[in-house]
Design a binder for this molecule. Structure first.
Ligand SMILES: [Zn+2]
Length: 129
């Protein structure tokens, strides 16, 4: 099992958007009412990547990001999911979809700031408690 932790703010919203897209993709490609094991594994992977994203709360959308932290295989899956579910998000999740489109217009920062990843802040908070 993976460790349980939560993503806050922008990262939490981005994760919710990814989950909504995966649900649409899985429903139409794998036929389940809830995301299948494979898609759940992908969501876990995406969550870990978001947790460790060096941009933290300032994170650009992934297709604009210069870091490319996904491994080739999940990256390809992510591309397929986004391409399929992206345009289908507008009806069931208009606010998420529009927010994501607006974020995509924001240029990515040149370099990730230091020590701003959700994981870093989370561990730092745990250590000070
Ligand atoms: Zn699936």
């Amino acid at each position: 099992m993976s460790e349980s932790f939560s993503l806050s703010g922008n990262l939490g919203r981005e994760f919710a958007t990814i989950c909504a897209m995966v649900a649409i993709y899985c429903r139409d490609h794998h036929g389940g009412k809830t995301p299948c094991t494979e898609c759940q594994a992908f969501m876990e992977y995406a969550k870990t990547r978001l947790d460790r994203c060096p941009y933290g709360q300032e994170k650009p959308t992934c297709n604009k990001c210069p870091v490319h932290c996904y491994k080739p295989e999940p990256r390809e899956l992510a591309r397929q999911i986004m391409r399929y579910a992206g345009p289908r998000m507008l009806l069931p999740h208009p606010i998420m979809a529009i927010r994501h489109l607006l974020l995509e217009r924001k240029p990515a920062p040149e370099k990730p700031p230091k020590n701003l990843s959700n994981r870093h802040l989370r561990l730092q908070k745990a250590a000070s408690e």
